[in-house]
Design a protein. Structure first.
Length: 231
């Protein structure tokens, strides 16, 4: 019933949201990953659906709460594991989309090789794990699809408020996204926590809005900033 009260300002639109954290396998049982729950991305996906969009949620190891939060008839969930799988899924899903929101925490590096069998501590264990860089999905899509697609990124940064904003500004300019939602993490803030606060920057690094409160509040505030930018 509440969904009927949402503005239908995404009716007829197709949006793609990535959520969770990508994982890069070291061997059949181990991976390099991160602590992202996927709950903020799930809230963004659900809010878009409530506002009338068809949504593809690219789910990178999201937790159960995120899975429940995203449940809506207009949300299709596609499971991905690695950054390269996510990159392929983004390409496919955004082919006819209006908006891409990259809420997933993307592994920047992956092990240069994945062992086919479980790594043993005697003999086969590497001295150090060699890493190679993953593709930057957001920057690639933002630069390639500028005219058609509204591209939104998230940046979790550590430091005090000024440092976080400065890091966010530099990242916004570098990424070429339409919007970058910046939040402070560490010391119990951000990952997995109930409340959230983001400062939203445009591609020039200028502050265009803030969204705070629950993850649903942040999702609403974010879509309010995206809608006027739809192509
Ligand atoms: N992102 C991406 N592909 C990557 C890395 C990040 O699409 N290989 C996206 C994330 O989903 C997020 C945004 O880029 O929306 C910012 O991610 P972040 O990790 O903060 O930026 P990086 O450019 O990876 O910079 P760094 O980790 O060095 O701060
Ligand atoms: Ca990164």
């Amino acid at each position: 019933a509440l969904a009927l009260l949402a503005p239908q300002d995404l009716a007829g639109r197709t949006v793609v949201v990535s959520a969770g954290g990508t994982r890069e396998p070291l061997d059949p049982v181990r991976f390099l990953g991160n602590r992202s729950s996927g709950r903020q991305g799930a809230a963004i996906a659900r809010e878009a659906a409530c506002r009338g969009a068809r949504v593809t949620l690219l789910a990178a190891s999201i937790d159960e709460a995120a899975r429940r939060a995203a449940q809506h008839p207009a949300v299709d969930v596609v499971e991905v594991e690695t950054t390269r799988e996510l990159a392929d899924a983004v390409d496919t899903a955004t082919a006819d989309a209006d908006v891409l929101v990259m809420a997933a925490a993307v592994a920047d590096f992956r092990p240069a090789t994945t062992a086919e069998r479980k790594i043993k501590k005697d003999g086969s264990a590497p001295q150090a794990v060699e890493l190679v860089e993953n593709p930057d999905i957001l920057a690639t899509v933002a630069h390639r699809e500028r005219e058609r697609l509204v591209v939104v990124g998230f940046a979790a940064e550590t430091g005090d408020a000024d440092e976080v904003l400065e890091l966010g500004r530099a990242k916004a300019r570098r990424k070429g996204a339409d919007l970058l939602a910046v939040n402070a993490v560490g010391q119990g803030r951000g990952f997995g926590a109930v409340a959230n606060a983001v400062t939203v920057l445009d591609g020039a690094g200028e502050v265009v809005g803030e969204a705070a409160g629950s993850k649903d509040d942040v999702a609403r505030g974010l879509w309010d900033l995206v809608v006027p930018r739809l192509r």
